[in-house]
Write a protein that binds this ligand. Structure first.
Ligand SMILES: Cc1cc2nc3c(=O)[nH]c(=O)nc-3n(C[C@H](O)[C@H](O)[C@H](O)COP(=O)(O)O)c2cc1C
Length: 221
């Protein structure tokens, strides 16, 4: 599949399983897919380096985003852990049961002034400056690269805002700092999802706003 075909083929597929699925890939295959998609994320354009404060642990990259990955088994474990929370999760459980891989993407906001030592919420609202806008843009480009890469390989996929995975209780489980802002939880589903799924829901806005003249204008000078 070439790039144009991948762009045209990509579509939201919210794959709902009615119980945890056995993975369709071996551990090695899952790892190769993970590395493939992360390499695509790393190739996205970015304009500004992340602030030094985010270069902790092994995550010393200048990229303005971070990616946290869970293989199929970890998705199932996360589903069990989330199920114990109050209020209980909804459809996210069904998607975690189906997922072959989950890639949670955060972006790293530039912040100003003294920051709280312990955060209950992500730093929202963030400062609306150009650098933060471009950090989000770069993170979005990285996510889109992964969606297209997954599509090109035949894996149904879905960009979710993260739902309850944004909250502190889930973030503690996921070990994702509340200083980072979640932009997308990318679900990668098995290639044979259509045969196994209880249901696959499309994106609500799939057909909306696509008429060229309604979002573009020829500039004549
Ligand atoms: C930043 C972002 C966040 C999204 N979050 C959600 C979400 O939380 N739930 C959801 O159902 N769809 C979410 N979507 C997917 C959109 O609903 C979907 O892209 C849209 O309906 C168009 O459908 P398509 O992806 O098939 O073209 C998100 C998309 C983007 C770009």
């Amino acid at each position: 599949m070439n790039t144009t075909e991948a762009i045209h083929s990509r579509q939201t597929a919210k794959v709902l399983a009615d119980s945890p699925w056995a993975p369709s890939l071996t551990q090695d295959e899952q790892e190769r897919l993970r590395e493939h998609l992360l390499n695509l994320a790393a190739k996205a354009p970015y304009h500004y380096k992340s602030a030094e404060r985010y270069k902790t642990g092994g995550q010393t990259s200048s990229l303005p985003f971070r990616c946290y990955t869970l293989d199929g088994a970890a998705c199932n474990t996360l589903a069990s852990q989330l199920a114990s929370l109050d209020p209980p999760p909804g459809k996210i459980l069904n998607m975690l049961w189906a997922a072959e891989l989950l890639i949670i993407n955060t972006w790293l906001p530039d912040v100003f002034g003294t920051q709280p030592e312990h955060r209950e919420m992500e730093p929202l609202p963030f400062v609306g400056n150009l650098r933060n806008m471009e950090h989000i843009a770069a993170t979005s480009a990285a996510i889109q690269n992964m969606l297209l890469g997954a599509t090109a390989e035949g894996y149904p996929n879905y960009w979710s805002s993260g739902g309850m995975m944004r909250q502190k209780s889930a973030r503690n489980m996921l070990q994702i700092s509340m200083e980072e802002v979640m932009l997308g939880a990318v679900f990668i589903f098995p290639k044979d999802a259509a045969e196994r799924a209880e249901e696959i829901k499309p994106g609500k806005l799939r057909e909306e706003g696509k008429v060229l003249g309604t979002f573009s204008k020829k500039v004549s000078l």
